[in-house]
Design a binder for this molecule. Structure first.
Ligand code: GDP
Length: 610
């Protein structure tokens, strides 16, 4: 049998075997897998109408198409799968708690959610302040993104970990990355306000993630507060209070006055004990999730991580997302240095070489070298995926059109911490200026704007946004040279406003027809010089030279979009003729004009955008 060929290029021929390629792979990667010459794959794609270089990332469907052509079954591997395989290749498995004999009880990790203004922040503050340690002034002094407090239950001191970023954003961001960081959700409902849309959303999130709920009915100090009504309302969402025979604990609190905070903490522990078996293996290399990361002027990249299993120690080699390094110092929420952190312990880590994102998993490995390799591979993969998603399928025919019609505004967002970067991206993605323009964030990260960012921006219509950060090194120079626009912001809403304006500016103008006037034909002359001249009476509005006209006969459009190319009153050329006056006009070279025809003139005007 002959090898298949496209456009005269002889192709390597598979026999239907499966080829696994990572998302964003290049033709060179593909060629390597099937022992072919990358140049021949480039040529084949060219004949299939795709122009791609050998080393550029290629979209999933293009890889599949090419595979089909050569009788290979191409499987594009998802980033998650790929990451598992990457770790596998180092003999690491994330999420495996090891030998059950080693497991010990660990504290619950709690996220506080609820409607805006119902008191989430205040509650987190009150709990933080109430937990001043014996003999220490100030208690929890540092906002590191999470903290642990001690509470006594049945004579035993037990810790509880709170994620210190209220709201669903953090919760969903982590869940979106597959990191389950929360064991219990406290849903705060203000007793003077009741169940609101975000209350429901929070309940949905928690229930979807299978996370038990404790309800804190807040603001009971406010006059008119009606805690019983909240219990009533929540039965609709399958949250039935224990006192009504259900299994959800409700605690009436005042975050402002510090009322019943101990009871709330107790309820959290009781719910954890009843619904969950929270255990982890402390005798292994630490693994967990990044809660927050930012760039500190003095200390460099700083990340707060939540240890989920194992014990994290100073000196450990660590990889978190695509950041790696060695734990130089660990600082707790009291600002104290600690040397080891057990499961459910949040701790600030100093010593990474870059800033991981909120929700990135972290793990400890044997050697710095391994950490670096994993981080490098992840970074390369991310960049490839970004490049691939950016590359549109453009065939030779519509390349031109596609270039003219790029109605996508691409953004690169850099900021001083992962929380703001995510908040900004979220807010921008919610901008709605219709279907005609698209906003895409092609890269985001914490830290200054680098040459790498600018290089990524060069190809397309990309604006680089710096939020509380500046361009570093030669990035400004490169941007100026390549005409890449960098914009700096320190206020979120300002950033959002400007981008919204930019998007609106990209909208193609919309035109609408505005009627100018109507004239009736009273006479028709033929002139060797001007062609067919219509002698008209203007019935309404005005007739303007160079406006567009249409010809109607018995209310039927005979001809459309004709220019009023000459306009005269008696012997004089005029610009316009008003209602009630007579005039002579020509409709370009159009000659089929009859007495009693009606000429309607109009103008296309740009429609203002809302
Ligand atoms: P969040 O948007 O859910 O984080 O709500 P905040 O914690 O910012 O609280 C919103 C407002 O309610 C603030 O002015 C708080 O001081 C107030 N607040 C919070 N808890 C209580 C409470 O128990 N009683 C009263 N009276 N006000 C409260």
């Amino acid at each position: 049998m002959q090898a298949p060929s496209v456009g005269g290029v002889r192709l390597p021929k598979g026999s239907g075997e499966t080829i696994r390629l990572p998302r964003g792979a290049s033709l060179t990667d593909f060629a390597e897998k099937i022992n072919a010459n990358p140049a021949s794959l480039v040529q084949v794609l060219f004949h299939l109408g795709e122009m791609v270089t050998a080393t550029a990332s290629v979209a999933d469907e293009v890889l599949e198409l090419l595979g089909n052509e050569m009788n290979y079954n191409v499987q594009v591997v998802s980033p998650e799968e790929e990451d598992r395989e990457l770790l596998d290749s180092f003999d690491i498995s994330f999420g495996d708690d090891g030998d059950e004999e080693d497991w010990v009880v660990r504290p619950p990790v709690v996220t506080i959610m609820g409607h805006v203004d119902h008191g989430k922040t205040r509650l987190l503050d009150t709990i933080r302040k109430a937990n001043v340690r014996e003999g220490e002034a100030g208690g929890i002094t540092q906002h590191i993104g999470a903290y642990q407090v001690q509470t006594e239950l049945e004579g035993i001191e037990r810790p509880i970990t709170f994620i210190d970023t209220p709201g669903h954003e953090a919760f969903t961001a982590m869940r979106a990355r597959g990191a389950k960081s929360t064991d219990i959700a406290v849903i705060v409902v203000a007793a003077d306000d009741g169940v609101m849309p975000q209350t429901v959303e929070a309940i949905n999130h928690a229930q979807a993630a299978d996370v038990p709920i404790v309800v804190a009915v807040n603001k009971i100090d406010v006059e008119g507060a009606n805690p019983a009504k909240i219990r009533q309302q929540l039965t609709e969402y399958n949250l039935v209070a224990e006192e009504y025979g259900g299994d959800t604990m409700f605690v009436d609190i005042s975050a402002k006055q510090g009322t019943n905070i101990d009871q709330l903490l107790e309820a959290i522990l009781l719910t954890a004990d009843a619904a969950l078996d929270l255990r982890a293996n402390p005798n292994m290399e630490a693994q967990g999730v990044t809660i927050e990361g930012h760039l500190d002027r003095g200390r460099g990249p700083v990340a707060t991580v939540l240890v989920q299993r194992g014990t994290l120690r100073v000196g450990d080699s660590l990889v978190a997302g695509d950041a790696s390094g060695r734990v130089r110092r660990m600082v707790d929420e009291h600002g104290d240095d600690i040397t080891e952190a057990l499961p459910s312990r949040p701790v600030q880590v100093i010593g990474l070489t870059s800033v991981p994102g909120a929700g990135d998993t972290f793990l400890v490995v044997d050697e710095d070298r391994v950490a670096r390799q994993i981080a490098d591979r992840r970074r390369a993969r991310e960049r490839n995926a970004e490049l691939a998603s950016r590359r549109k399928r453009v065939s030779l025919e519509d390349l031109d059109a596609a270039l003219k019609e790029t109605n996508t505004l691409n953004l690169i967002i850099k900021g001083d911490n992962s929380g703001t970067v995510e908040a900004l991206e979220d807010a921008l993605m919610k901008l709605d200026v219709g279907d005609d323009v698209d906003l895409r964030v092609i890269h985001r990260g914490v830290g200054g704007i680098t040459e790498g960012d600018i290089n990524l921006a060069i190809a397309d219509n990309v604006i680089v946004m710096g939020f509380n950060v500046r361009a570093e090194g030669k990035a400004t120079e490169l941007a100026n040279r390549e005409g890449v626009e960098i914009r700096y912001y320190t206020v979120i809403y300002q950033a959002i406003e400007e981008i919204e304006q930019a998007l609106k500016g990209m909208l193609k103008p919309e035109y609408e027809e505005v009627e100018l006037g109507r004239a009736e034909v009273r006479d028709v002359f033929k002139s060797s010089k001007f062609g067919t001249i219509a002698g008209c009476l203007v019935m309404s509005g005005e007739i303007r030279r160079n406006a567009r006209g249409r010809l109607l006969r018995d209310s039927v459009v005979i001809a459309d979009n004709l220019p009023i190319s000459s306009l005269r009153r008696f012997k004089d050329d005029v610009v316009e003729v008003r209602e009630g006056f007579e005039c002579g006009l020509t409709l370009g070279s159009y000659s089929d004009i009859k007495v009693d025809d009606v000429i309607e003139t109009f103008e296309m005007r740009e429609k203002p955008r809302a």
